[in-house]
Design a protein around this ligand. Structure first.
Ligand code: ZN
Length: 319
């Protein structure tokens, strides 16, 4: 696993019914963020959103696309990151990476003013924003969606709010994303995060109904693990030379850490010319008429910034 640049590494803290994950996005953060030319504050938030999507998407017990969406009325109106698990139909290749991608929408002038005023990262989405988690298991399956208001200063705060409200699973989390300035004026991005969570399903601690045993002792243990996790430095999450395994051991070696196989990640956008054509075929008549009147039909994929150009005759060919 040490050879992977981008991955989610699951681990368990022995004897505590606590599971964790380290996510490291080394080249992937650049692959997504340099594709867009967002202001740094937007890229930082999107970088963290990619980490969170990878964390939660790889924690699902079933294969499905995991979509993290932040919406607000602030300078940033929308931020989306999604994770698509690798197609595991080819059983010979268990190392196929899962895919991550993301984009943001924002108002440049309002953003500059908000940053000047010292707004926190979440305040950039306004004061009535919300965060939605969607799990899409395909057209025949019901979608799962959870929505919580955006509360706190950071994306990690908002994620904690989700776990407290919706899942009631004790969780603690750290996220980081930052540009790395290289010689020659080049910039790369790094992003990373770590989460630990009590596992209710195996008799772990449900916040409302503590398991058997001494509840005070369990709380003390959890508090200690929480404090340990919060000692994680951003540099440990962002430095490509600090592996997820090293970080998990650094934090929890006294309790005993068991790491599992890392899940490889890569930037991937499944958009294709044909998919865009299919999408155009599904437009309403009035939308089609409006587009047909143009010289060219131009569709840009917001996730990867790929531009698709069609002649109206091709875009709206019958059949
Ligand atoms: Zn695309």
């Amino acid at each position: 696993m040490s050879g992977l640049a981008d991955y989610a590494l699951p681990f368990r803290i022995e004897g505590h019914n606590v599971n964790g994950r380290v996510v490291k996005l080394n080249s992937l953060a650049s692959d997504v963020l340099l594709r867009h030319d967002y202001p740094e504050a937007v890229s930082r938030l999107l970088g963290e959103a990619l980490v969170l999507a990878a964390m939660l998407g790889t924690m699902l017990k079933f294969d499905g696309r995991f979509i993290l969406q932040l919406q607000g009325s602030g300078p940033i109106t929308m931020l989306m990151a999604d994770y698509t698990p690798a197609d595991r139909t080819d059983e010979n290749d268990p190392d196929t990476p899962g895919g991550l991608r993301g984009f943001a929408q924002y108002d440049e002038a309002a953003l500059a003013a908000a940053l000047k005023a010292g707004d926190t990262p979440l305040a950039l989405l306004g004061d009535k924003g919300h965060m939605a988690f969607t799990v899409d298991q395909g057209p025949d399956m019901e979608r799962y969606q959870g929505i919580v208001p955006l509360e706190g200063d950071t994306l990690a705060d908002a994620a904690l709010g989700y776990f407290q409200r919706s899942e009631q699973i004790a969780t603690t989390i750290k996220l980081a994303a930052a540009p790395l300035l290289l010689s020659g004026g080049k910039t790369e991005w790094r992003a990373g995060g770590i989460v630990v969570q009590q596992t209710a399903a195996t008799g772990g601690i449900d916040i409302e109904t503590p398991p058997e045993g001494d509840p005070d002792k369990v709380d003390d243990d959890w508090n200690r693990l929480e404090i340990l996790l919060q000692t994680t430095q951003d540099s440990e999450l962002l430095d490509g030379d600090v592996s997820g395994e090293q970080l998990a051991f650094r934090l929890f070696h006294e309790d005993g850490v068991r790491v599992f196989e890392a899940r490889a990640l890569q930037f991937a956008c499944p958009c294709t010319r044909q998919r865009v054509l299919n999408m155009l075929a599904g437009l309403s008549d009035s939308d089609r008429e409006e587009m047909q009147a143009q010289e060219n039909v131009e569709v840009r994929c917001e996730f990867c910034n790929e531009n698709y150009l069609f002649e109206p005759s091709e875009a709206f060919a019958p059949g």
